[in-house]
Every structure is written in C-alpha cells, then in structure tokens.
Design a protein around this ligand. Structure first.
Ligand code: ATR
Length: 275
C-alpha cells in the first residue's frame, strides 16, 4: 500500500506539534500516511509546492512566516483563505489545481468563539494584540460572528496598517496605549508571540480590566502563559490556544483525507504531555 506524505512548512519548526496531531489521527483511523516537519527557507517554498503537483506530497500545512508568502505559488485560494489572504492548508484538488485554504478561522470558531457563552457578542469590544500571521484570521472569525468593534495593536505600526487595508472597519491602537485601551475591553486576544515557551513576556500588567473580561491567548505552549496566570489570580476568564490548534488540524485532516477526526481527551492529554 502506498504511504501518503504530509508535512508542515515554516521556520523555525522545532516546537511544532502538528506531526504529533496528524500522526495520532493517522494511527487512530488506520490511514497509511506520515506527517513530518519541513523546515525550509523562503527560496524553497516553490520547490516544496511542486512536490505536491508531482504527488510526492499529498498536502502541507503552512505556518509562520509563510502563510502569505506561499500564495504566489498556488493556483487558487479557496474557503477562508480568500478573505484572509492567509493560507495554512495546501493540497491538489480534483482538477489538478494546487489550492490554498485556511483552517485557522474554523479553529478559532470552534476552539474559541463557540466558548464565549453569555456574551453579547455584537456589542463586545475586542482588542487584538499583534498583527502577525494569524491576526487576519482572528479579525475575520470575529467579524463573521457580528463583532464590529475590533481594535488591533502591534509593536510595529506598519503591519497593523497593512491589515487595516484589508479590514477597514478595524481601529488601530498604538502599542504604548494598549494597557489603557484594555481597561474598556470585553475580550482581549494575544496574537503575538509574547508568552511563548522560552520567549519574552508582556511588560504590561493589564491590572485594570472589566471584571467580566475574557482573555484569549492563541499560545498553547506553555499551557498557561505568565499573563494567563496573572489573570487567573484575579478570577478573569482565560482560554488558551490548544483547542484552536486541534480544530484547525481537524479541518486540514478532513480536507486531505475525507475523514473527520474526533478530538478526544486522549489526544489533548498526549499533546499536553509534550508541552
Ligand atoms: P510574523 O509577524 O513574522 O508573521 P508571528 O509570529 O505571526 O510572526 O507574529 C509575531 C507577532 O508578535 C508580531 O505581531 C510581533 O510584533 P512585530 O510585528 O512588531 O514584530 C509580535 N511580537 C513579537 N515580539 C514582540 C515583543 N517583544 N513586543 C511586542 N510584540 C512582539
């Protein structure tokens, strides 16, 4: 039986848990396939995409910093990749075209937005910190839910301004003002790399917030970032990015294998044990 090959492109990749996720499901659903890390430099994106055309690879995920950089090498964008211009899943379609899709939006909907109970979402004010690879997916997922008051701040202002060109309804906040702005927010989202294992943390304390603030961290490694620990001490509701990670992977797996894998406790525990 032919063994199918999948992988993830990005750099650096050493901490990616996508191989763990997909190989767990390949085993569970008896799919003869393997998923590996493909750490490549920007000038290798084109040849990696060609491997999909040649059917050496059946599909790839794309992560930082290539979610946009991959687009010129694809034949077409489908699904949420069209609106976000952010691609995390690539495959050959039935017509032999290389398509780029985005499953991060679905991951955010299932792993984050669906957990926002008792929230008057249409009236909610949301501040997104960061304007990197995942921010356009966050804005799109929130706006699909009817959230209109979306603020974005990024250390490098220019990147926030680039995002505003695509989503003109967002309001840009200067990085130096985020603590002040956070005081009035209903939802605060960390889409920066601040808090990642072995990385830098926020200098800001966010000591004053609404008592019913929801803090969402797209980071899941560590399970609790320093800022999540601080919010938990104040009984502020927090969520981490583990479920988003699992659900974006679920949709990629479905697109590639036509099997909808079921997230379960064993999978979550397997992932958490590797953090
Ligand atoms: P990329 O921006 O290359 O797509 P990313 O991991 O998706 O990479 O995004 C990193 C995000 O974390 C960016 O918003 C980045 O801000 P800059 O655009 O100013 O680089 C943010 N970030 C990383 N380190 C930071 C720090 N020390 N302080 C504030 N923001 C930081």
């Amino acid at each position: 039986m032919k063994k199918f090959s999948f992988g993830i492109i990005g750099k650096p990749l050493s901490h990616s848990l996508s191989p763990l996720l997909h190989n767990f499901w390949f085993k569970k659903y008896n799919v003869s396939a393997n998923y590996s890390l493909l750490e490549i430099s920007p000038d290798e994106i084109e040849q990696t995409i060609k491997r999909i055309r040649k059917k050496e690879l059946q599909g790839i995920n794309v992560t930082v910093p290539y979610k946009q950089a991959v687009i010129p090498f694809l034949d077409l964008l489908v699904g949420d990749a069209k609106e976000t211009l952010s691609v995390n899943t690539v495959m050959l379609n039935e017509e032999g075209k290389i398509v780029g899709d985005n499953t991060d939006v679905y991951g955010l909907e299932q792993g984050f937005i669906s957990k926002l109970k008792n929230q008057n979402l249409e009236q909610s004010k949301v501040l997104i910190l960061g304007a990197g690879g995942v921010t356009s997916s966050v804005i799109y997922a929130l706006s699909k839910k009817g959230i209109k008051q979306i603020f974005v701040s990024n250390r490098t202002l220019k990147k926030a301004e680039e995002i505003k060109k695509r989503f003109p309804f967002i309001e840009i906040i200067e990085w130096k003002n985020i603590e002040e702005k956070a005081k009035k927010m209903d939802i605060l989202i960390n889409a920066t790399s601040l808090g990642l294992k072995n990385g830098n943390n926020f200098d800001q304390e966010f000591k004053v917030t609404k008592s019913n603030l929801v803090y969402y961290d797209i980071i899941y490694n560590p399970e609790e970032t320093e800022i999540i620990k601080k919010f938990k001490k104040r009984n502020i509701q927090t969520l981490n990015g583990l479920e988003m990670f699992i659900y974006q992977g679920q949709k990629s797996f479905l697109l590639w294998n036509k099997i909808n894998p079921k997230p379960d406790k064993e999978l979550s525990q397997t992932i958490i044990s590797k953090l």
